[in-house]
Design a protein around this ligand. Structure first.
Ligand SMILES: [Zn+2]
Length: 289
């Protein structure tokens, strides 16, 4: 059976090197279905989603990891998000035409921000310039600079699949230089076709057949947007009653669309009055405590 929409971890037990492999199919197609943009921009989103699933699995946390690339070029914004239980979503904002090439060609001058949003703690953010051959190269720079962990990534996406391979030295153990280089050279022979088409066992065998690799069970990945009416209500409240009143006067209702999943939320005057009344109740109870 061909594996789809799964993450698999593997380990070179004696070498201090861990790995991950991810293949997104239905989840990838569902994510990009809601995004406008030329194929080149879509491919970047596929690569970013594959990356964020693997990166979120390298740390223990509950919450979301968000990879965000922002520049002044043809591709202005790219957001890829994965929760700890591998619910993914993403968005792109780009011109109708995007020049292909390095990250600078795609994004212009920009930055790559990796944010970890734990459920019950302050978010943590790391930033690197949006520079290099591709997203994988920029993320490698990120790990060299901020985590000081040897990390390599290979990312590919086409119309139907997005896939990735990650190697990282074990934080606690570290790896022997010669071992790391051998594994890295073997992994670097991976082709786009192999990564997009083979299942994990076949790929690992093709790349590392003389190495001892322990492969763990598949973990499912799916597209799921975390937007909801209460979240949109919070955003509307933040706009304030004056602004909301202006929109109501002009349009009669307030329509808010989610950019990740195209869900539309509609608020009429009564809805807006209710959500503003809830706010004043919440404020009163805050001041009483
Ligand atoms: Zn949504």
């Amino acid at each position: 059976m061909i594996e789809q929409d799964v993450l698999r971890r593997f380990l070179f037990e004696d070498l201090g090197v861990r790995g991950e492999w991810v293949k997104l199919t239905t989840s990838w197609q569902a994510s990009k279905q809601h995004q406008q943009g030329p194929q080149e921009a879509q491919q970047q989103l596929g690569q970013a989603l594959a990356a964020v699933v693997m990166l979120s699995a390298t740390i223990k946390f509950k919450g979301s990891m968000i990879l965000q690339a922002q520049g002044d070029g043809d591709l202005r914004t790219l957001v890829a998000q994965s929760t700890h239980d591998r619910k993914i979503r993403g968005l792109i904002r780009s011109n109708d035409q995007v020049s292909t090439g390095s990250l600078e060609t795609l994004f212009g001058q920009g930055r790559l921000v990796l944010t970890i949003e734990p459920e019950c703690a302050q978010p943590y953010q790391g930033i690197v310039p949006l520079q290099g051959r591709n997203l994988a190269a920029a993320l490698q720079t990120y790990f060299e600079q901020s985590e000081q962990l040897k990390t390599r990534l290979w990312l590919f996406a086409n119309e139907t699949h997005a896939a990735g391979l990650l190697l990282q030295e074990l934080p606690s153990q570290g790896s022997n230089k010669a071992d790391w280089e051998r594994i890295e050279i073997l992994a670097d022979t991976v082709t786009e076709q192999e990564l997009l088409e083979l299942d994990c066992e076949h790929l690992l065998y093709r790349l590392f057949n003389e190495e001892e690799v322990r492969l763990f069970d598949a973990e499912p990945v799916e597209f799921q947007c975390s937007c909801s009416r209460p979240v949109i209500e919070r955003t509307l409240r933040a706009l304030g009653s004056g602004e909301l009143d202006d929109i109501l006067k002009e349009h009669g209702t307030i329509q808010v669309g989610c950019e990740f999943c195209s869900e539309r939320y509609l608020f009429d005057r009564i809805d807006v009055e209710t959500l503003l009344a809830q706010e004043s109740v919440a404020n009163q109870s805050k001041t009483q405590h």
